[in-house]
Design a protein around this ligand. Sequence first.
Ligand code: SF4
Ligand code: SF4
Length: 193
Amino acid sequence: MNETGFPPKEKSFQKPQPEDQSASVAPWYKDGLRFTCQRCGRCCSGPSGLVEASYGEARAMAQELGMEWEEFLEQAALEYEGSFFMKEVRCRHGFDCILLDRFKKDGHEITGCMARNSRPIQCRTWPFWPEVITSPQTWKLFRKRCPGIGVGELHPLEEIEAKAAQTHDPTAAPPRMLLRGHRLRMFSGSVQD
Ligand code: SF4
Ligand code: SF4
């Protein structure tokens, strides 16, 4: 007790200080990650999935394809609440994105995107999506669907983080996607150990 009759203030009553952010741990991929697309087409095909494009991306794709806007909407994309979703075509693998081009090279089938320069952000940022780079285990797991993961070009930390920040977070997917039972292409279907 002091002369006021109240117990002296002790350190334990002080407001806790926020942790020092500068001491945060570097991500496991701080030295970069290897990825080079093998053009197998698996991320653009398989079970039905959604490839979402913004209005700006859809316009750019129409332009790259040399299509009038109405023609693009009729043949390549569906509009829903201001977003655009690429149409699909049935194939022996399940469903191909309408823009997936399959052709032979040196006796092997390879694939490409017909609108490569303007493809939607979810396609441009693959495979540096938050759910893919969560841990070395998830990175390895997704390699089962994408043979480009873990091989070839070394992508630096800055690029990985920039792409992860841009891409669509499936946990924040609009309810319409969940209600329709679709998941974004690239991780539609099962990815299991
Ligand atoms: S699954 Fe991977 S390797 Fe195959 S086309 Fe897609 S990004 Fe390229
Ligand atoms: S828009 Fe192009 S890259 Fe994206 S899923 Fe379709 S074919 Fe693949």
